[in-house]
Design a protein. Structure first.
Length: 169
């Protein structure tokens, strides 16, 4: 029983430490950096992986910094974490903290114009993906030509269930 108590105490301490670290990182990030983080977060996972690869191949970024995006993707994709993901809150908090640290390092050491160029390109690709996945809208017959009158309304007599004539007196 005491072992379980120690485990729960360790999880609680980990939650507090990770939460405090994430809060401190978020406080020290500028408004522009938050905007970039939100733009990256809004990309679909496939495009985030493409963004990481694109940043990896860009020679304008130093090699040490180019390692950050692929390592972030690897860390998030691996089943082994600092704190396992099956622990309800803490497992996700450590992922958030690692992403915040990685993205803040990237924002600090990569030129804004380089990062903006890559993110904009992948936002356009994501928008094309969304528009390609939606079926093409065919115009309604009344929309196609304004000269055509709307269809006439059709009235039908319904037979009552009791077998009457359906006419009201």
């Amino acid at each position: 029983m005491t072992f379980l108590l120690y485990v729960l105490l360790g999880v609680l301490i980990a939650i507090l430490v990770i939460g405090l670290a994430a809060w401190l990182f978020w406080r020290h990030i500028t408004r522009e950096e938050r905007r970039v983080i939100k733009r990256i977060y809004a990309l679909p996972m496939r495009r985030k992986i493409g963004l990481a690869g694109s940043l990896w191949r860009d020679d304008r970024i130093p090699l040490g910094i180019r390692l950050i995006p692929p390592l972030l993707v690897l860390y998030l994709a691996m089943p082994l974490d600092l704190i396992p993901d099956f622990i309800p809150v803490v497992g996700q908090l450590d992922d958030v903290l690692v992403v915040l640290v990685g993205v803040s390092l990237l924002l600090r050491f990569v030129g804004r114009d380089v990062l903006e160029e890559h993110i904009s390109a992948f936002e356009l690709l994501a928008a094309e993906d969304r528009s390609a996945s939606q079926p093409a809208r065919t115009p309604e017959p009344a929309e196609a030509s304004s000269n055509v009158p709307p269809p006439a309304r059709v009235f039908r007599l319904r037979r009552p269930r009791d077998g009457g004539s359906g006419l009201r007196h």
